[in-house]
Design a protein around this ligand. Structure first.
Ligand code: G4F
Length: 321
């Protein structure tokens, strides 16, 4: 039985990937962030090494990170530590324990930043946030460990990928949560930042297939994973509200708090290499993704409405505004 070790297993991608690996018959181990603050910094790397030596996984998927771009401007040092150095810590633990494993690094299309679209594996990085800069560092450290120590280490450069499991502070889920609540009369306004930014949005379930495929290859390489379509935040909101027979313009309010000091204007990926070498392509379309998210959040909003009508208060209603 193959064994996999997944960091960030409780996140959106971790949950889809764990399901995929279990379906394929893997024994799956996961690492999660401890929420309490014990002072274990000096011994944490031993623990990681012990863990890796004991599990001896065939494959490691490193998904854990501080992954919110806006938050990285408020917590740049923390982001550099977790998102940048976190990758180095795992690579060093693999090297020192000497385990023979394949390593997947969750690299990000944010690394392209200001580079004009379309972006592929040959596009020079122009990072526009502490998060993106940390991911660039991790990307190069993966390549260095591959070259220096002959490790099977790959970078999956994933463009935005969403689902009903997406965290509620990322823009797609923020929109589907609020629009469905507005539909049921739970709230009336949705506060957003830059509506003109464009993203290449795919379905997270399709993207974890690509992660697995990358580790089944004979040789390690780096791959862009994207749908090849780009849409603005405004268009996403317009479509979501329209599906609910609502007019987004009557409910969306621009709030400068959500602007970023430097923005990534357009992301549009060219996944030709992955299509050819991995035989991968996305299955869920932009419209299907929106349908899936709206449907799931409508169910959630109905449950909230029932609770509110029964006189209970509802924490989420405040939290996502
Ligand atoms: O949903 P977002 O926060 O995602 P972003 O910044 O593109 O990053 C996500 O995708 C990356 C891959 O390209 C990942 F590496 C990263 O970890 C993360 O998963 O924002 C998307 C766009 C931005 O341009 C932002 O300025 O939406 C714009 N936006 C407008 N109003 C907003 C809001 N973003 C958020 N989070 N909240 C708003 O109210």
């Amino acid at each position: 039985m193959k064994k996999a070790f997944v960091t960030g297993i409780t996140g959106q991608d971790g949950s889809y990937l764990a399901q995929l690996l279990l379906d394929k018959g893997y024994e799956v181990h996961g690492l999660i962030r401890r929420s309490s603050t014990f002072n274990t910094d000096r011994i944490d790397h031993f623990q990681l090494m012990d863990l890796l030596a004991a599990i001896n996984p065939d494959e490691i998927y490193h998904l854990g990170a501080q992954s919110h771009v806006r938050v990285s401007f408020d917590m740049p040092e923390y982001t550099g530590d977790i998102t940048g150095l976190g990758t180095l810590r795992i690579l060093e633990s693999i090297r020192k324990t000497g385990i023979k494993t394949k390593f997947y690094q969750a690299s990000s299309s944010e690394m392209f930043g200001a580079a004009p679209p379309p972006q592929n594996e040959n596009t020079p990085f122009q990072p526009r946030s502490p998060y993106a800069a940390a991911k660039v560092y991790a990307y190069y450290v993966v390549q260095n460990y591959r070259d220096a120590y002959g490790m099977f280490a790959t970078n999956g450069i994933l463009f935005n990928h969403e689902s009903p499991r997406r965290g509620e502070t990322f823009v797609t889920r923020k929109i589907t949560r609020a629009a469905t609540q507005i539909k049921l009369g739970i709230r009336d306004k949705l506060y957003l930042g830059n509506l003109d930014a464009k993203r290449d949005w795919g379905f997270a379930g399709d993207f974890v297939d690509a992660m697995w495929l990358m580790l089944q290859q004979e040789k390690p390489d780096d791959y862009v994973i994207a749908t090849g379509e780009t849409h603005s935040v405004r268009e996403f909101a317009e479509r979501v509200f329209a599906k609910l027979d609502l007019d987004y313009a009557r409910h969306v309010v621009i709030d400068p708090r959500y602007f970023r000091p430097t923005e990534v204007d357009v992301l549009l990926g060219d996944a030709s290499r992955a299509k050819k070498a991995l035989n991968w392509q996305p299955k869920v379309t932009f419209d299907q993704l929106i349908d899936m998210m709206v449907l799931a959040d409508l169910e959630l909003a109905k449950k909230e409405k029932t609770l509110l009508d029964a006189g209970y208060s509802c924490a989420n209603v405040e939290r996502i505004s």
